[in-house]
Design a binder for this molecule. Sequence first.
Ligand code: NAG
Ligand code: NAG
Length: 474
Amino acid sequence: MAPTLSLLSISLLFLLIVSPLPSSSQSSPTLNSPETQFQRLIRGFNLSPKHDVNTGRPGAQFPEAGPAMVEWPLKLPVPGNSIQDLGHHAGYYRLPHTKDARYDVAVNWLCSMKNGPFHIANNLSLLWNDFGWDQASNLIYVDQPTGTGFSYSSNDDDIRHNEDGVSNDLYDFLQAFFKQHPQYAKNDFYITGESYAGHYIPAFATRVQKGNKGKEGILVNLKGIAIGNGLTDPGIQYKAYPDFALDMKLIEQSDYNSINELVPPCEQATKLCASNGGDSCASAYGTCNNIFNGILAVTGNINYYDIRKQCEGSLCYDFSNLETFLNQKSVRAALGVGNIEFVSCSSTVYQAMLMDWMRNLEVGIPALLEDGIKVLVYAGEYDLICNWLGNSQWVHAMAWSGQKNFTAAPTVPFVVDGAEKGQLKSHGPLNLLKVHDAGHMVPMDQPKASLEMLKRWTAGKLSVTGSESWLGLM
Ligand SMILES: *[C@@H]1O[C@H](CO)[C@@H](O)[C@H](O)[C@H]1NC(C)=O
Ligand SMILES: *[C@@H]1O[C@H](CO)[C@@H](O)[C@H](O)[C@H]1NC(C)=O
C-alpha cells in the first residue's frame, strides 16, 4: 500500500459509441446527422435507457439535500470483511457552479473500469480484485459528467456541453474534496482514465494547473496523467482507422482504398471544427464516423473494443451485472442514492457532448509536459475504436521540447514476471506503452500488467532508460 498517492480515475461510463451503417452504404457513404446516427444506435443496440439522464423526473426521490458534501462509510457485504473496515466512503458533493448538480463519488470503483477493488460475480456477490489499483494508491472515482452514473441534477442547465464545463465541475469537486480532507491534499496526485477520458483528462489537468498557478484554491499536487485507449486527437486518430484495420487484416486492400477516400473530407471537417466550433463539430463527427462505419460494414459483428471478439450485448460487452447490482435496493441504500437509477449510458449527455467529440485535446498536453507533469499514453493492441496506432501517431506528432528525442528513443519491452507484456517508448515525462493481449479495457484484460504499469509509473520507474533497468524491476 502506498497511501501517499491519490489517483482520480475518471469515469469510463461515457463509452465511445458509434452506429454501424448498413453494409450497402459502404461504397456510397451517406452523410448522417449525429442525431440520426444516435437514434439508430439506440435502436440498433437496444439501448433505450429507462431514464435518459439523471435529472429531475417527476416522482424521483433524490438523496437528501443539505450540506455541500455528504459522506458516509460504505457498508456492503464482501467475503471476509466489510468495506467499512477499509475506510471506504461513498458520498455526494454538491457542485458550486451549477443550479443543482451533485457528483456521486464511489460507484465506479466497484468495477466499471475493472481496476477497482472488486469484481461483481454472476450471482451479484462482490469479489476482491487481486490487482485493483487500490493496491498502489488511494483512489477517488467520480461518476461524471453530471447526469451519468448516480451523478444527477434536477436542472437541465447543469448538463455540460464541452470540456470547460466538465473540467470546471471536476475542479470544483476536487477543491471541495481537499477542503473536507486536507490530509490528502499534499499527496502526489494523478489523473487516469480511459476512452473518452482522453478528452476529459487533458482538459481537467490543464484546469488544475491553471488553478494552481492562479492560486485559486488548495494547491493540487498534480504529478501525472495517464490515458488508456483514449480519444485525444480525433483528426489523427480517425485517419488511422483504415491503416490499423488493414494492418490487422480486418479489411482487404480494395476495402481500404474505398474507405480511405472518406479520410480527406474528415480532415477538412475536423479543421473546420477546430476553427469554427459549434455545429461544424457536430457535422465533423458525422463525416468522420463514416470512416469507422465503413470499416464496421466490412467486418460485420466485430467487437470494436477487442477485434479478437464478437460484439455481444449492448456496447459489445455485457455490463448488465453492474447495473443489476447497483440498482438493488440494499446497494442503493448503502450508497445513499435514494431511488434514482444508475444511468450507465446517457443519450442526453452523449448528445450534449457531441459538439465536443471532434475537438483536439492534444493541444493542452505540451504545456503539461513542459511543467514536468508525467504523461502516460497506453493502449491495448487489439482495440479498434481507440487503437494504439492512432494514439502512437498523435503522441509522435505532438510538438514539445522533447519531441525529437522522444521520436529517436528506442522501443523497449515492458516486462512483467519475466514475460513481455508490452512495448514502451519514453523520453523525459512522456511514456507511450502498447499493451499486448489486451483490448480497450487494459485493466480487465491484463490486470496484473496494468497494476505493474501504474506502480512503476507513479514511482517514476516505468521509463528508466537502458535495458537493464526494466529487467531490474521485475
Ligand atoms: C457467488 O459466486 C462466487 C463466485 O463464483 C462464489 O465464490 C460465491 O460463493 C457465490 N455466493 C453465493 C452466495 O452463492
Ligand atoms: C536529446 O538528444 C540530443 C541529441 O542526441 C542530446 O544531445 C540531448 O542530450 C538529448 N536531451 C535530453 C534531455 O535527453
